[in-house]
Design a protein around this ligand. Structure first.
Ligand code: NAP
Length: 251
């Protein structure tokens, strides 16, 4: 007899590094079919050879390019591989205010972190609605409710994508398509620029939690509990004080 997950195809954007890479590995180990998407083909190839498993499929594509994502969907349809769940992890974080305000960086971050996620929804939602089931998960951040001195747009993009998914969940859950928003605390990856600390989680722990959520959709999750709870409580203090306190976590 097959497990439920053995026939489930999970698409992971941002599979070439950090949380997406670890998630892809754990999904394969648990028997899922995984479709990994990212721009750095060499890293996807490395992951494929490390996994050495026919259930791992990968595509070099930029989520901010709608045509490239449509091509990925067409290729998946040909292989009869339509995802049951899509984890939207592709994101960048760059400083947009040092030494001067950089509008091109503002646009680039929103193009990838927000419009890139919207592109995934645009391309795959019609397939989910046809079958009456499907699950989109976005990796938002505690940065959604606190600004950062390291860059103004990244927090804005994460707040936007979270609110976007929460709205989509209200609209499409009754039609069988779930939209889950995960607010993540700091995680030790390329993106995290801080020091190791007890409040910084490993990609391993985060990937396990995401897998639990894939089969049991929840509109909103806060992972891990400690850092996200401290951060939510901190909304009672002013931005400048939070920025000062959190600066102790940065290198
Ligand atoms: N690490 C943290 O502390 C933290 C905290 C809260 C939330 N998050 C969220 O968790 C998610 C994963 O982050 P991470 O920490 O694992 O960072 P990461 O290691 O930098 O991974 C980001 C991934 O996104 C991919 N990506 C970036 N731009 C892309 C594009 N245009 N098209 C396709 N893929 C693209 C990157 O691959 P390529 O460069 O190969 O395209 C990479 O695989 C992000 O959404 C992030 O905002 C992270």
């Amino acid at each position: 007899m097959q497990n439920q997950n053995q026939s489930l195809v999970v698409c992971v954007t941002g599979a070439s590094s950090g949380i997406g890479r670890e998630l892809s590995k754990q999904l394969i180990q648990s028997g899922y079919i995984v479709v990994g998407i990212a721009r750095r083909k060499n890293l996807l190839e490395e992951l494929a050879s490390e996994l050495n498993n026919k259930k791992f499929h990968f595509y070099e594509a930029d989520v901010s390019n709608l045509e490239e994502i449509k091509k990925v969907k067409d290729a998946l349809l040909l292989k009869k591989l339509i995802p049951g769940a899509i984890v939207c992890g592709a994101s960048i974080s760059q400083n947009d205010t040092e030494p001067n305000f950089k509008n091109d960086v503002v646009r680039k971050i929103m193009e990838i972190n927000f419009f890139g996620t919207a592109n995934m929804v645009d391309v795959f939602l019609p397939e989910f609605l046809k079958t009456g089931h499907g699950h989109f998960i976005c990796l938002s951040s505690i940065a959604s409710w606190r600004p950062s001195i390291q860059g103004a747009t990244y927090p804005a993009s994460k707040a936007t994508v979270g609110m976007f998914f929460r709205g989509l969940n209200l609209r499409y859950k009754p039609l069988g398509v779930d939209f889950s928003t995960i607010y993540l605390g700091p995680v030790e990856t390329e993106m995290w620029e801080g020091k190791p600390s007890f409040v910084v989680a490993t990609p391993n722990v985060i990937a396990k939690k995401i897998i639990q959520l894939i089969l049991n959709p929840k509109p909103i999750s806060y992972i891990p509990f400690l850092s996200t709870t401290l951060s939510r409580l901190s909304t009672l203090i002013p931005d400048w004080l939070y920025a000062k306190l959190s600066s102790y976590l940065f290198k």
